[in-house]
Design a protein around this ligand. Structure first.
Ligand code: SF4
Length: 269
């Protein structure tokens, strides 16, 4: 997804005794980091869990350090829930909860389901932040335990989608339609990337798609360069070196265009 830098997990003091791994028969989660008191990833005050791994390879990825399955701490579902339980009072008083993000939480689908189940046992609101590039079966298994989804829309032209993310958009769009039919609480996220997603034709396709599905709001995320240093640290080639963040006038004009269609729009700065 498209995130600010998360808090280093090693700086967070453990708050619960771990489940002995020898007694735990399920699948462990590989968690890159945890951010507490987040206010940008769903409603209210939230703890954001950054899963390691992703199905996509976006050329503007802000969390490229979470894709290689090399930098993580392993948790059982219960250990991870114990980690966030002390913040439940903040969740309850702010209508917040936990957001699973990454990377992409569907990169570890079995652990995702088990973790969300544990959250629901504790009455914690759950939000899944994803590209939805996953098997339908994984989505259906998660549905009973997810209170809402935030789904990133990358591009409507399939060739451009592949250029931006290395995968086609077909399955993603079908999965969003599937969620829409289930009438789950759905927020869409859209990165405004100059020269790619802000073109007239792509915005037209975005509006057409939005008119065909049920969703609560669309969040605009202006492209930024805060994650470029990670590509440099990992000695990866950043293809968008010449691309600059969009002008605010452009972002506001897209916001107005969407609002004129009757959509609720959030601007995530
Ligand atoms: S979906 Fe794209 S931007 Fe989000 S974590 Fe995966 S590669 Fe990065």
């Amino acid at each position: 997804m498209f995130k600010k830098k998360p808090i280093n997990l090693k700086k967070i003091i453990p708050i619960a005794a771990p489940t002995p791994k020898s007694k735990y028969k399920g699948v462990n989660g590989k968690i890159h980091s945890i951010e507490t008191f987040g206010t940008l990833d769903g409603p209210g005050i939230r703890t954001v869990i950054f899963f390691e791994g992703c199905m996509l390879r976006c050329i503007y990825c802000h969390n490229v350090d979470m894709l290689d399955m090399k930098s993580f701490i392993e948790y059982t579902p219960r250990e991870l829930v114990n980690k966030i339980l002390p913040y439940k009072e903040y969740f309850d008083t702010s209508s917040g909860g936990v957001t699973v993000s990454g990377g992409d939480p569907f990169f570890q689908p079995k652990f995702l389901v088990e973790f969300l189940k544990e959250c629901k046992k504790e009455g914690i609101h759950t939000c899944v932040d994803t590209s939805l590039c996953t098997a339908r079966k994984n989505i259906d298994e998660v549905l009973p335990y997810a209170d809402m989804f935030m789904v990133s829309l990358k591009h409507f032209d399939n060739k451009m989608h592949q250029k931006l993310t290395m995968v086609p958009n077909t399955r993603i769009l079908e999965n969003i339609r599937h969620l829409s039919k289930k009438k789950v609480r759905l927020w869409l996220r859209y990165v405004v990337l100059p020269g790619f997603t802000d073109t007239r034709s792509n915005l037209k396709a975005l509006i057409k798609f939005c008119n065909e599905i049920n969703f609560e709001l669309i969040e605009l995320l202006p492209y930024h360069e805060f994650g470029v240093y990670k590509w440099e640290e990992l000695k990866l080639d950043y293809q968008l070196k010449k691309t600059r963040p969009p002008k605010w006038a452009k972002v506001f004009s897209i916001k107005k265009k969407l609002e004129d269609e009757g959509f609720r729009v959030l601007l995530n700065e």
